[in-house]
Design a binder for this molecule. Structure first.
Ligand code: APR
Ligand code: PHB
Length: 398
C-alpha cells in the first residue's frame, strides 16, 4: 500500500476537479486528482460549449483564460425559432453581457495543460476509488492504479466525479435530499467540419420537435435534434439527420446549412437532478456529482464552474485563516444558484420540446408563451439575464 497526504483529495478529473485543483494551487493549497479514465479519454470527450461571462472570468483568474480569450467566439445574442419564424434575443443589449462559445473539450485540454506544466499530482486510470471516514477530521481515499494500491489522507475530499461517481453515494441514502426529473426524450447530436449556418445559435421548436444549431468555430458546426432516447443511431444516417434539421429549423435557415460527414454522432438523455446534500462532514460535492440540467439552457459547465468558484473560495479561507464560514455556507449559497439554473433549463426545455403526453391545451400554452416572448422586451430580458448567467454571491458572507 502506497501512502500520500494532501490537503484536498479531488475525486474526478473533469472540468470541475481540474478547475478546483487549479484554484487551490493559486492559494498555495496542495491537492491530488484521482480520475477513473485515461488523460486521453478525458481530453477527447465532446460536450457542450457556451460559457457565461462569469465562467470566462473564473477561468481567467485561475490562469487558464488564454485559450478562451484567443479562440472563443463572443456572442451578443441568439435566436429562438418557432416553426421557421426567428426572433433574436439580444442578450448583450439587454444585459450588458455576452456569452462565449468555446467547447468544454477545449476547457478541459487547457486545464490539463496547465496541470502538466505545474506538475500537479494526477492519478489517471484509477479503479476501485473509495471514500472513507468522511464525517471525521481524517478522511481518506483508497484506489488502485496499475499494480499499486493507494491510500490518500486529506483534510477534505472534493467529489467532482460526475453524476455516476462514488462521491455522492458515500453519503448515506437516508441523509441525501435528492430531486429528479427524467425527460421522455433525448438529444441526437452531430459534429461536422462545415461552417455554421448562422453566426449565432438558434434554438428552434417545430411541429416535429426541438432542434439546435450551434458551433465550435467558424469551420465546425454542432447541431442537435430532439429524438427518442431508445432510438438506434443506425436509424439516423447523416443524410436523414441533415434533412430533419433543415425541416425543423425552417426553409430560411435551411438555405444556409452546409452539410458534411459526421465527426461524431451520439444520443444523450435529458435529466434534471439536484442533490441538495452537497456537504457531508468533510466531503463536498461539486458539478455534475451534485446536479444535472438538461442542455437546453447551456448551464451544465457553467454551474460546475460556479460550484468550484464557491468551493475554492471556501477552502481558501479555511486554510489561510481557519475561517470556516465558507465551508459552512457552501451548500446554501451554491444551491441558490443551482435551483435558478434548474428552473431556467427546465422552462426552456418545456417551452421548446414536444412532450408525448402534451394535450392540445399544453401546445396552445407553448405557442402563447413563444408569441409573448417574441413580442415582449420584458420577457426577452428575463431569458437574456438567465442565459448570460446570474451573478455570484460571496460564499463567506452566506
Ligand atoms: N473514480 C474517479 N473518477 C471518476 C469516477 C470514479 N469512480 N467516476 C467518474 N469519474 C470521473 C469521470 O471519468 C469524469 O472525468 O469524474 C469526472 C467527472 O467529470 P464530468 O462528468 O465532466 O463532471 P464535471 O467535472 O462536474 O463537469 C461538469 O458540465 O457541461 C456539463 O455535464 C457536463 O461534464 C460536464 C459538466
Ligand atoms: C453545444 O454547442 O453543444 C450546445 C450549445 C448550447 C446548448 C447546448 C449545447 O444549450
Amino acid at each position: 500500500m502506497k501512502k500520500l497526504r494532501t490537503q484536498v483529495a479531488i475525486i474526478g478529473g473533469g472540468p470541475s476537479g481540474l478547475l478546483l485543483a487549479r484554484m487551490l494551487q493559486q492559494d498555495g493549497i496542495d491537492s491530488v486528482i484521482i480520475e477513473r479514465q485515461s488523460a486521453a479519454h478525458v481530453e477527447g470527450r465532446i460536450r457542450a460549449g457556451v460559457m457565461e461571462h462569469g465562467s470566462v472570468e473564473v477561468l481567467e483568474r485561475a490562469g487558464v483564460g488564454q485559450g478562451v480569450a484567443e479562440h472563443g467566439l463572443v456572442h451578443g445574442g441568439f435566436d429562438l425559432a418557432s416553426d421557421g419564424r426567428l426572433c433574436r434575443i439580444p442578450i448583450e443589449a439587454l444585459t450588458g453581457r455576452s456569452v462565449t462559445v468555446y467547447g468544454q473539450t477545449e476547457v478541459t485540454k487547457d486545464l490539463m495543460k496547465a496541470h502538466r506544466a505545474a506538475g500537479t499530482a494526477m492519478f489517471h486510470e484509477a479503479s476501485d476509488v473509495t471514500l472513507h471516514d468522511v464525517t471525521t477530521d481524517t478522511p481518506y481515499v483508497t484506489f488502485r492504479q496499475g499494480d499499486a494500491d493507494w491510500h490518500i489522507e486529506a483534510d477534505f475530499i472534493a467529489g467532482c466525479d460526475g453524476f455516476r461517481g462514488p462521491s455522492r453515494q458515500a453519503i448515506p441514502a437516508a441523509q441525501r435530499r435528492e430531486f429528479e426529473k427524467v425527460y421522455p426524450f433525448g438529444w441526437l447530436g452531430i459534429l461536422a467540419d462545415v461552417p455554421p449556418c448562422r453566426d449565432e445559435l438558434i434554438y428552434a421548436t417545430s411541429e416535429r420537435g426541438f432542434a439546435l444549431a450551434s458551433m465550435r468555430s467558424e469551420t465546425r458546426s454542432r447541431y442537435y435534434i430532439q429524438c427518442r432516447v431508445d432510438e438506434p443511431l443506425e436509424d439516423w444516417p447523416d443524410d436523414r439527420l441533415w434533412d430533419e434539421l433543415k425541416t425543423r429549423l425552417g426553409p430560411d435557415v435551411a438555405a444556409n446549412i452546409t452539410t458534411g460527414p459526421a465527426l461524431e454522432k451520439s444520443i444523450a438523455p435529458l435529466r434534471s437532478f439536484v442533490c441538495e446534500t452537497m456537504r457531508h462532514g468533510r466531503l463536498f460535492l461539486a458539478g455534475d456529482a451534485a446536479h444535472i440540467v438538461p442542455p437546453t439552457g447551456a448551464k451544465g459547465l457553467n454551474l460546475a464552474v460556479g460550484d468550484v468558484h464557491y468551493l475554492g473560495a471556501a477552502l481558501g479561507a479555511f486554510f489561510a485563516r481557519n475561517d470556516t464560514r465558507g465551508v459552512e455556507n457552501y451548500q446554501t449559497v451554491a444551491l441558490r444558484r443551482i435551483w435558478k439554473a434548474e428552473r431556467f433549463s427546465w422552462t426552456l426545455t418545456r417551452l421548446l420540446h414536444d412532450f408525448e403526453d402534451d394535450q392540445a391545451f399544453d401546445r396552445r400554452m407553448r405557442t402563447a408563451e413563444l408569441d409573448y416572448i417574441f413580442s415582449s422586451e420584458a420577457a426577452q430580458r428575463s431569458i437574456a439575464e438567465n442565459y448570460v448567467g446570474l451573478p455570484f454571491e460571496d460564499v463567506l458572507a452566506g
